[in-house]
Design a binder for this molecule. Structure first.
Ligand SMILES: Nc1ncnc2c1ncn2[C@@H]1O[C@H](COP(=O)(O)OP(=O)(O)OP(=O)(O)O)[C@@H](O)[C@H]1O
Ligand SMILES: [Mg+2]
Length: 380
């Protein structure tokens, strides 16, 4: 049985991870200066990009790097958590975070303190009484600050260079509480002020810091932004070849296939992975190599699979007015916004938030990917 290494449904596992060497180098250097005992202190990164571009895959690669790195002879600890809007309050997120800290450093005083704190809040009926915005964050932040500082002093400082905190999809925290990012910035800044080395690495959409100016400005300055971009042509080649080599596949790949995959996907990692998954399945079934003939013959099947898995759902959740805007963007990509949409242009921010439209330069817009544009052209 031959293994198909492509899986667009999950972030890339470490042995199948391809590309992003510049980002990895940058991270290593920053990690070193951020964690050196007499350096400038922790350095925070925000990996920003649209859905499916590879943020979580890169974040996980950074976790691996940090785990394998030593700074001035000391190992580095990591704690990793995905933010989800399923948390009822910021407090619930904070508890999940502390539990993760305790998983990493189980025999700490924090574990005992947290147990007491949980017991007290249950007794006082505080757990999940207040939802979202109504719940104040100050008490939770104080508890996080005290907990993380005592963890640093008692369990981390002597043996480790520091602990890198990774939070995936941090935009979800702003949904739980509008000031969550500001509160986290204060927490990590205060910890740095007290000498604790907890660098923070997060992922989010490009619009992460854009929403509210008074929050956005200080939070933006707190993070070094690292945009996660589509693969170049040679990146796409590596993203195709590396996973196949990693599973010792015997498939021979035509260079022209890579060219065609790049042209169709524009190096978007999710689409590269999706197309390759179907193509490799077809090659195994038909006992074929990865030839242009196979790709051409199978392209319609791949596209209808993609429509079913992705585009139809995206279209379904759009209102009729939003669909009109999308169709107009596809029909007249170069027309000025005022002329194409009239009053309907008020719908653009929502479509950007949904990830279906992107802002180009100078007030021009486009649908997020040519394959989605092709789908709209077909159904309109
Ligand atoms: N560096 C990489 N090497 C190999 N495959 C990758 C890489 N980055 C992304 N992929 C592929 O792209 C897909 C999307 O990646 P990932 O889930 O990391 O993106 P994301 O930006 O976190 O998406 P979302 O916005 O949905 O959270 C993965 O399923 C994987 O197949
Ligand atoms: Mg992700």
């Amino acid at each position: 049985m031959q293994v198909n290494p492509f899986n667009p449904y999950f972030p890339a596992p470490d042995h199948l991870f391809a590309n992003r060497s510049k980002e990895q180098e940058f991270f290593k250097k920053g990690l070193f200066s951020g964690l050196a005992a007499h350096g400038g202190g922790p350095w925070n990164i925000a990996l920003l990009g649209p859905w499916g571009i590879g943020k979580t895959s890169l974040l996980r690669r950074f976790v691996r790097i940090a785990e394998n790195e030593k700074v001035e002879g000391k190992p580095v600890l990591t704690v990793n958590l995905s933010a989800t809007s399923a948390y009822a309050s910021f407090d619930e997120f904070a508890r999940a975070f502390i539990r993760r800290l305790i998983d990493v450093v189980p025999k700490s005083k924090l574990a005992q303190e947290f147990e007491k704190w949980e017991f007290q809040s249950v007794r006082m009926g505080m757990v999940a009484v207040k939802r979202r915005e109504e719940a104040p964050v100050e008490g939770t932040m104080e508890m996080l600050y005290r907990g993380m500082l005592s963890l640093w002093r008692e369990s981390i400082e002597k043996k480790y260079a520091g602990m890198v905190v990774f939070i995936d999809d941090i935009q979800n925290l702003s949904e739980i509480h509008p000031k969550a990012l500001l509160a986290l910035r204060t927490l990590f800044q205060d910890l740095q002020g007290a000498g604790a080395r907890y660098p923070l690495v997060v992922t989010g959409p490009e619009t992460l810091f854009g929403a509210v100016r008074e929050i956005a400005e200080p939070v933006t300055r707190f993070f070094e932004r690292m945009p996660v971009l589509p693969f170049t042509f040679s990146d796409t080649e590596e993203a195709v070849r590396h996973p196949l080599n990693a599973v010792d596949s015997c498939l021979i790949i035509d260079k022209e296939v890579i060219q065609r995959v790049y042209e169709k996907t524009l190096g978007h990692p999710y689409f590269v992975s999706f197309v390759m998954r179907d193509l490799v399945d077809a090659a195994y079934q038909q006992n074929s190599q990865l030839s242009v003939g196979l790709l051409n013959g199978h392209w319609k099947v791949i596209i209808s699979h993609l429509e079913m898995e992705k585009f139809e759902e995206e279209w379904r959740v759009c209102s009729p007015a939003e669909r009109k805007v999308l169709a107009a963007l596809v029909k007249q990509p170069h027309a000025p916004v005022t002329q194409t949409f009239g009053k309907q242009r008020g719908l653009l921010p929502r479509l950007i938030e949904k990830g279906l439209v992107r802002r180009k330069e100078r007030g021009a817009y486009e649908v997020y990917h040519p394959l989605f544009a092709e789908f709209i052209r077909l159904i309109e």
